[in-house]
Design a binder for this molecule. Structure first.
Ligand SMILES: [Zn+2]
Length: 306
């Protein structure tokens, strides 16, 4: 049964066993595989024990579905994780650790840790397909002490305006996905590999007049919207969509998180892009997609806070 709301989710998965089974089938959709030796249950039997322990018939070692995933070896129940995933992936404007702690009944410290782990596994929901057709690129400044200022200032004099902020490059396909990448400093050399990684060779790229993109587009057709001349819409050539997504992102940062340190910005943009790119999915499909990334995402605390 498809669930559409948190209460329906909690009714469908009303026991630890059912929630556990959801994580098991998400992680091992083609049958359980031992994380120690790689044995598949179809080859040598994998036994199931009490306390949700599995034991591999090949290497004789025990494991749980949490091993090697963002779920970690924590005391947080499967039901709390499932509720947290629902809340984080469905709230369009994001969710603070204070709110998550209240909603699922954990401490704020635990909720913060859960958020970091969940943000870590989302890569923006755009792993495989390059942006194609007409793509808009733009850059914006986030974080630092002046997070509430300079909302729409744009200049090619990066250093003057950047201050202690990070730069985010945003790329969006018309009618398609959004990708955001964080930079400490931006120049033609470091922006080029990101463009090559995420944008199809045949895409038509709309940018503002920034010189950063000159030479970084590797022969892709470029159409320039001249913001300095107040030419925000030049026929079909606009960067309105990417600017709209930046505005949403900044509202989330200012409204929910208030301040982002540089080291966490990429994770927040990943979760933001994941939500943006899955907004047409129903809640159930979005969680299925989120959980399809579950394997091999073990995170140590020192990595989370690094
Ligand atoms: Zn094994």
């Amino acid at each position: 049964m498809k669930f559409k709301s948190l209460s329906e989710l909690m009714e469908t998965y009303n026991t630890e066993d059912k929630c556990h089974q959801y994580f098991v089938s998400s992680r091992w959709s083609y049958g359980i595989r031992c994380p120690h030796c790689g044995n598949h249950e179809a080859e040598k039997k994998i036994d199931t024990f009490k306390n949700k322990l599995f034991k591999c018939g090949a290497c004789r070692k025990q494991f749980t579905v949490r091993i090697g995933t963002f779920l970690g070896d924590t005391k947080i129940s499967y039901r709390q994780w499932l509720a947290a995933i629902f809340l984080v992936t469905s709230h369009k404007k994001g969710l603070s650790s204070i709110q998550l702690a209240k909603d699922i009944g954990v401490t704020q410290k635990t909720a913060w840790f859960m958020l970091q782990r969940m943000f870590y596994i989302t890569s923006g929901g755009n792993n495989n397909n390059k942006l194609s057709g007409t793509v808009e690129i733009d850059e914006t400044y986030v974080g630092g002490k002046e997070v509430n200022k300079h909302k729409s200032k744009k200049t090619t004099e990066y250093n003057k305006i950047q201050g202690d902020k990070a730069i985010i490059i945003g790329m969006i396909e018309r009618g398609g996905d959004l990708v955001m990448k964080k930079f400490n400093k931006l120049n033609k050399i470091n922006v080029k590999p990101i463009i090559d990684q995420h944008i199809s060779d045949t895409a038509i790229v709309n940018t503002d007049e920034s010189t950063i993109y000159k030479g970084a587009l590797s022969g892709r057709e470029r159409r320039i919207v001249n913001h300095k001349a107040k030419q925000y819409v030049n026929g079909e050539d606009t960067t309105n969509r990417i600017e709209g997504s930046f505005a949403h992102f900044k509202r989330m940062v200012n409204g929910i998180h208030h301040w982002l340190s540089h080291r966490h910005i990429q994770k927040y943009t990943n979760m933001f892009c994941f939500r943006w790119n899955t907004k047409k999915l129903d809640e159930h499909s979005r969680i299925d997609l989120f959980l399809s990334n579950i394997a091999d995402t073990r995170i140590m605390y020192k990595e989370v806070i690094a």
